[in-house]
Write a protein that binds this ligand. Sequence first.
Ligand code: ZN
Length: 220
Amino acid sequence: MGKVCCFGTCNSDSRYPERVSGVSFYPFPKPKTRMDACMRWIKACGRPHSQLNVTKITKDTYVCSKHFKDGRPTTRFPDPQPADGTDAAPVRTPMKRHVQQNECNKKPRLTPPIQESQLQGTPTEGSSSPSLRSIQRLKKENKDLKRENDDLKREKEDLNSTCEDLRRKNEDLKRECADLSRENEELKKHALVVFRHVLTVQRFFTTWMLVCKMFGWIQL
Ligand SMILES: [Zn+2]
């Protein structure tokens, strides 16, 4: 199977050698073992949620070397650069990097935003501008967190529906298994009947041969 890069609008595809000279493919982190990294990669790829989400990640999902700052996942830049052109910050400030290019514009639902009135009691330490800046920073952080929360909720819904599907499939398989074992039992019974018939015929034949020999009807 050919390797295809699932990043943004990248057309790296190992089935077209002219597109991938000097390009390597790196498999997506698996949701099972590295959910955090997997979600960061999904976000970096910048594709619509319906096209790329945790349920679409398989062993054949790749990002090509073109999208890594170091040309490959490194300890400092383990994730692809965001497809929206923002510069990925090196590891240590994962939060900021990973909420930046979120395409979610649903109204946040969960935590209410930090109200300015709630923050008015904050000591100002002389000048008022540092506190204003920190309010703005907190507000921005709050907004980012809410977006992330919405994204996570959506991922959770996806996972839930996948889970439900799997459960249903499991039920189906169990039923199929029961049917097959019933069929197996029936076949066994049938085989036994056939075997008995064969035995009867064989016995009859042997007796008949004996009779024939006795009366000299046949020469052996
Ligand atoms: Zn690519």
